[in-house]
Structures are given as C-alpha cells and as structure tokens.
Design a protein around this ligand. Structure first.
Ligand code: ADP
Ligand code: MG
Length: 278
C-alpha cells in the first residue's frame, strides 16, 4: 500500500532529524504564515559563557567569591545560563557550597539558601549591554552582576531568510533577554520585529495577538519559559538537544538533531504533502 501523504511527510521529516508527533501536527506546519522565534537556545547555540564577573564596589565580595556564590544558587538549575555559571566557577577551581530551598522561576531566575543567606540570580532589566546580564543579590541586597554571551547558531541567518521567503514576512524575535542582547542577534539574522524582556506569559500574548490578527503562527523555542507559547501557537517546534523536557512535551514537533535549517524544510514538506491530500 502507498502511505498517505502526511504520513510519508512525517517519515521524511524524521530523515531530516525532525520528530513530528502526529499527522495533524504535520498538517498544521504547512498552514503557518508567520513565525516567532525565541533567541537563547534557538537562534543561539544555548551554551553561553561567562564573560565578566563584576562584584559591586560596596559588596565584600571579590570576583571569585561572587562567582562561587552565584554558582551555589544555580547549581540545581538546568537553565543554560545556570550551567554556564557553574562551569565558570569550576573552571576557576572554586568550591561550590551546597544550597537549600532551591526555587527556579521560568524567565526570571533562581533563588536558594547558601550558608544561611538567601541568594538569587536573575534578570537585570536595566542592563545596558550587548551581553546577557544577570544580577546576584544576597538577602535582597545586590552584590554584583555576571555577563554571559552565547554564539549564534551557524544556520540562523539562512533559516530566518528561508522563513521570510516561505511566509512573506520576517520572523518576530521574542526573548526574555535584554533589548541590546536581543538587537545584536536580530541584526545578525536580519530581523527587525524584536520584543525583549518578555516573561513567559508575554511570549504567549505576543503569539495570541498575532493569531487574533488572523495569522497562523509557528513558534520555535527551547526553554521551560517557551512552553506556554509553544502550546498557544498554531504550530510549536522545540529544539531537542538542549531543550527542556517541558518544551519537548508541549511542542508539535521536535528538532532532534539541533539543525535550525530543518524548520523551513519541514514547513515545505508539509505544504507538499497537503497538496497531495484531497
Ligand atoms: P530567553 O527567552 O532569552 O530564552 P529566558 O526566558 O529563559 O530567556 O530568561 C530570560 C532572562 O531571565 C534571562 O536573560 C536572565 O536574565 C533571566 N534568567 C532566567 N533563568 C535564569 C537563571 N537560571 N539564572 C539567571 N538568570 C536567569
Ligand atoms: Mg530559549
């Protein structure tokens, strides 16, 4: 028997390294006319590195003490920024104290008790920097900042160009990061509609606003913070290799081999299959 076109398309997508979860999901990929992309871990590789450690002058901490404190609070987090902070502390040979009462707030940061004091690491929204900047506080008092940068994925500019060609409009960039870090990635990928400092619910609102205006939105993301937007979109695609479990579960399709260029490829596969479905 010949396979129905949408099932062949799923098999084909699998050969490209994209796991499409159902025939309906395959079909919806071909219906999209607008794309919205997360930045960190989607257009960028998601393996940031700490590039600066800056204790505040009136804190009692030096660089190593600040980094060790942040790493202790981040130790239990799976967020790419957390992994980078812990890796930086380890590479300096610093001792990472055990932490208790760990909590993570998606799109915001983490808090934990270290040495009897409450330490948080998270958004520094007044950051005026090309880098991602996170603020470290101890018992509510700011003690320093860390700057982190992430490399653009090799396929990012070609992918945004292909999505623009497929939909007739350039993708929208939706990120929790600061405006200048977002602008740096937007410039490198030819995007002009950039929305920064978004909370997870703001990403949902951005997707819903586009859909209320009649658009069918494809959202591509990787983080726990992206899960609500993946669910709200007409079609949600998650980056699989470093993606959070929640994003992978929520998405309609998962990019298993981490190649961003497969996003436009599966949209084309779906469109071709839908032409064959009568
Ligand atoms: P994005 O939308 O760019 O993928 P997130 O929504 O995951 O990013 O995070 C948005 C911002 O929240 C980050 O740029 C950072 O400032 C802060 N943040 C989130 N999680 C953490 C964490 N574990 N440690 C430090 N900062 C964090
Ligand atoms: Mg992300």
């Amino acid at each position: 028997a010949t396979m129905p076109p949408l099932l062949s398309a799923i098999a084909n997508a699998g050969r490209h390294g994209v796991l499409v979860k159902s025939a309906v999901a395959m079909e919806r990929l071909g219906e999209i006319d607008t794309t919205a992309l997360d930045k960190t871990g989607t257009l960028t590789e998601g393996t940031p590195e700490v590039t600066a450690v800056r204790p505040l002058p009136d804190s009692d901490l030096d660089e190593d003490a600040l980094l060790a404190l942040a790493a202790a609070a981040e130790h239990q987090s799976e967020h790419p920024l957390a992994r980078a902070v812990v890796a930086a502390a380890r590479s300096r040979g610093l001792r990472i104290e055990p932490a208790a009462d760990f909590t993570a707030t998606p799109g915001q940061g983490v808090t934990a008790t270290v040495d009897g004091r409450t330490v948080s690491v998270g958004r520094a929204d007044d950051a005026d920097s090309d880098a991602t900047v996170v603020l470290v506080t101890r018992d509510g008092t700011p003690v320093g900042t860390l700057a982190l940068t992430d490399r653009l994925r090799a396929g990012a500019p070609a992918t945004t160009a292909a999505l623009t060609a497929l939909t007739g409009t350039a993708p929208v960039l939706l990120t929790g990061d600061n405006a200048r870090a977002a602008a740096r990635v937007a410039d490198a990928t030819g995007l002009t509609d950039v929305r920064a400092q978004l909370l997870p619910e703001d990403k949902v609102h951005a997707v819903r606003d586009l859909q209320r205006a009649g658009r069918k939105v494809l959202f591509v993301g990787d983080g726990v913070n992206d899960a609500p937007a993946l669910a709200a979109a007409h079609s949600g695609v998650a980056m699989g290799r470093a993606g959070s479990d929640l994003a992978l579960e929520t998405a309609d399709a998962v990019i298993v081999r981490d190649e961003l260029a497969t996003v436009p490829a599966v949209v084309r596969l779906s469109r071709a299959a839908r032409r064959l479905v009568v």
